[in-house]
Design a protein around this ligand. Sequence first.
Ligand code: 13P
Length: 258
Amino acid sequence: MSSKKIIIANWKQNGSLKSLRSLTSQIIKALKLKSISHSVVILPPYVYLPILAEQVLSNKKIRNLSIGVQNVSAFSDGAYTGEVSFEMCKDFGSKYFLVGHSERRQILSESDVLISNKVSRLLNHNKKVILCVGETLAERNKKLDKSVISKQLISALGSLSSKSKIKTNNIIIAYEPIWAIGSGKSASSEDIYNTHSYIKKKLNMILKPCKILPKVIYGGSVNNTNSKEILSIDGVDGTLVGGASLNAKKFIEICSSI
Ligand code: 13P
C-alpha cells in the first residue's frame, strides 16, 4: 500500500460562507507554500459545496486537495425530500462521500441497512466512500468494541454484490471511537494500533479477494499536538479531523505534521 496519508477535514454543521471561504483559501495558500505531499480533503456542509468546490478546483496547481460531502442519499433521483444524491454532488466536484458518521447513526437514527445501501450504491458507481465505524464508551467498557466494529463492517461491506468488480481502493474506513469525538481526549496509540490491525484483518476477510486493502484512518480529538504521534502509528493511513479542522493554523499544522 502507498505510504501516502490522507487528512480529512469534517466541518460538520459549522461555519458561514464567509468563514469557510476564508478557511479554504488559507488551506489552499498553505498547500501552495508548504511541501505537503499527502492528500487533503475538505468536507463542507452541502450548501457551501458549489462555491468552495470552485475555489478548490480553480487552483489547478494544487493536486493534493479534494472536496467531498458529509453525507449522501442512498437513492437515485426521485421523491426523497431533503436528500442529495452523489450525482448532484459530483456535478460540483465532490470526490469523497462520508457515510455512517456516528452523529448520523446516533442523533439522526441512521440504520445499518441505510448505511449499507449508501455504501453499495457509491461503490457500484465507482465512487470514494469514507465509512465511519466505532464504539460507544459503554460498549468499550464492556469490551464489546471489536464486536461492534466487526458488525458495522460486515453490515456495510459484507453483502456487496459483485465484490470482484468493486475497487477496494475506493474504500476508506474511519475508525472513530465515539467517546473520543469532541472530548479532547483521543484514543491511546496502543488502542489505535490494536483496533486498526483488527480492522485490517477483518477487511481482508470480508473483501476477499482484495488486492488493495482499504486505507484505515483515525478520528476523535485529533489536533495539532497529537497528530504527529497518531500519524506515525503503524497501520494509520490518515486522520479524520473535526473541531481542529475549523482552525486554519491547527489544521495546516496537522497536514504538515507528517
Ligand atoms: P473531533 O476531531 O472534533 O473530535 O471530531 C472527530 C469527528 O467526528 C470527525 O468526523
